[in-house]
Design a protein around this ligand. Sequence first.
Ligand code: OOG
Ligand code: MG
Length: 253
Amino acid sequence: MNYNKIAEKLDTAALNAKAIPQISLERKLNLEEAYAVQSILLARRYIRNEKLTGLKLGFTSKAKMEQMGVHDMIWGRLTDEMCYHNGASLPRDKFIHPRAEPEIAFLIKKRIDKILDHSDLEEYIQGVAVAIEIIDSRYENFKFSLEDVIADNCSSSGYAIGNWMPVTTNLYDINIQLKQGSEIIQEGNSNAILGNPLDSLAAVSRLALESGEIIDNGHIVLAGAATPAVFIEKNQHIQAVAEGLGSVSLNVV
Ligand code: OOG
Ligand code: MG
């Protein structure tokens, strides 16, 4: 199977909401090859007129790595097709086996041309918000190797973002919850994200520079979940809440 064929399989699985066997069962990719497949997969979306809206990090917390049995950070791309408004309806049938996770999002105000550190926040970051990420692995049983999930654009399939807040908001040691109706179904702390979610900006800017990907003005960055992700079903009201950042919700229909 060449890269194009793998990308086509993954793309078709997403379009038809039908899972496929893990690529690694048939063809072992290394990390570089897996990112090459991801690029081709995204090119297929761009041809359909989807626009890149930003990048996401994955497995930035121990909770997520343990849940999925992987050992390293990954990054993927977000497009406008994946974007849902706060409070919007999320059509369950568009996905295979969707899971929700609470995230911290950043809004970029200047094209990133260096590895960011905390002193660059004011210059490069417009705002911070709480977000819900919807992940939907294209692989059967949501099972994959690190290379498999990278090729599959890190399971990216949807996101919703709450109100943008000024970046001066403290992001260290804040409580993050995922709720279903009034029930808290996951709870974590922002420090679970690389020690401090601001450090995800250093990580994503380094990874983007290394790979030649541009993080531009108006793009968003998802820092990675602080808690394990939870399967979602029709008729659920899903909400993410982060201390000091408010909340964001989706209605699964
Ligand atoms: C991969 C995506 C991981 C995160 O926040 O850690 C991710 C997956 O778990 O399917 O988005
Ligand atoms: Mg995530």
